[in-house]
Design a protein around this ligand. Structure first.
Ligand code: F6P
Length: 324
């Protein structure tokens, strides 16, 4: 019988994490389970920063970005000694199940913890990058795309008015999810993403041909994992002689109030994670596929999704077709 569970957020914060924490607390308490919040991710687990969360402790947080229990990227959790301390704290508080909300690195840590601790560990995919398998969407990705798109729409006004070429850099170290969606939805002329070879010569040829045909403005979206906006802008300028401006959207993409999509996803994920623990599931991540909640082993969830790569290529080709 599950009596006590804990929840932590780890890695880069993502909009929708608070909606998920709220769901974990409220779904847990409604089943007679005591829910603890671990402060600052795995760091707080190592330092024993656990606090009991009552129903009202999560009031008014569904609208908020970030995470009320804070997060970190923990170097200490990568060590056996760090994890030993974390396990001592889990046992001290008599925790039966732990819910880890985070991305790739957080799930890897959760999987290792599961091998060393007798309790149950379940993950919730929370990262703006949407770079995990076993789920069509991760928490925060939809909000990040909408935030980047809002900025790009504003950039488009000046790009068009001044007939310029602009390079917009969005987040995504290993994945082009934000770049491709922002690019397609924002009417970009080109998108550079980590798993798609690009040739700067081809982009410049396109720009030159476009200018001859009367196309006056141009937006290229680049994912941070490819190159900086500044580098790409410099190359385009050197190869075309046209004036080029650049902007890096950076961490604004991680903040802000979550979209309805991410609030609903966070609520579903949180309740499903509690349900999974009640059902004795462990070493698995919650996900959503074709709008249904699914569970995937941590080891598989951490891998790149071939399904998503196929979709990304399709959306990229559509962007290029529509940008003529
Ligand atoms: O959380 C994912 C992410 O936002 C990536 O898109 C980005 O590369 C990275 O985190 C930035 O990490 P940090 O906030 O530690 O600089």
């Amino acid at each position: 019988m599950l009596k006590k569970i804990a929840v932590l957020t780890s890695g880069g914060d993502a909009p929708g994490m608070n909606a998920c924490i709220r769901a974990v607390v409220r779904a847990g308490v409604s089943k007679g389970i005591e829910v603890f919040g671990v402060m600052r991710g795995y760091e707080g687990l190592i330092d024993g920063e656990l606090k009991s969360m009552a129903l009202r402790s999560v009031s008014n947080i569904i609208t908020a970005g970030g995470t009320i229990i804070k997060t970190s990227r923990s170097e200490r959790f990568l060590t056996k000694e760090g994890r030993k301390k974390a396990i001592e704290n889990l046992d001290k508080y008599k925790i039966d199940g732990l819910i880890v909300i985070g991305g790739n690195g957080s799930f890897t840590g959760a999987h290792i913890l599961q091998q060393e601790w007798q309790g149950m560990v379940v993950g919730v995919p929370g990262t703006i990058d949407n770079d995990l398998s076993g789920t069509d969407y991760t928490l925060g990705a939809d909000t990040a795309v909408n935030t980047a798109l809002g900025a790009m729409d504003k950039i488009r006004d000046t790009v068009h008015s001044m007939e310029r070429i602009f390079v917009v850099e969005v987040m995504g170290r290993q994945d082009g999810f934000i770049a491709i969606r922002t690019g397609l939805a924002g009417g970009a002329e080109d998108i550079l993403v980590p798993d798609n070879d690009y040739r700067i010569d081809d982009i410049c040829e396109d720009i030159k041909k476009g200018r001859k045909k009367g196309k006056v403005s141009w937006i290229v979206v680049v994912a941070e994992g490819v190159a900086s906006a500044e580098e790409i802008a410099k190359l385009i300028h050197e190869n075309t002689d046209f004036e080029v401006r650049h902007v890096t959207l950076g961490h604004v993409q991680r903040g802000g109030s979550p979209t309805a999509f991410d609030r609903i996803l966070g609520s579903r994920f949180g309740a499903a994670a509690v349900e999974a623990l009640i059902n004795g599931q462990k070493d698995k991540a919650i996900g959503i596929e074709s709008d249904q909640i699914v569970l995937t082993d941590f080891t598989k969830a951490c891998q790149h999704s071939p399904k998503k790569m196929v979709l990304d290529r399709e959306l990229y080709r559509l962007t290029k077709l529509l940008a003529t």
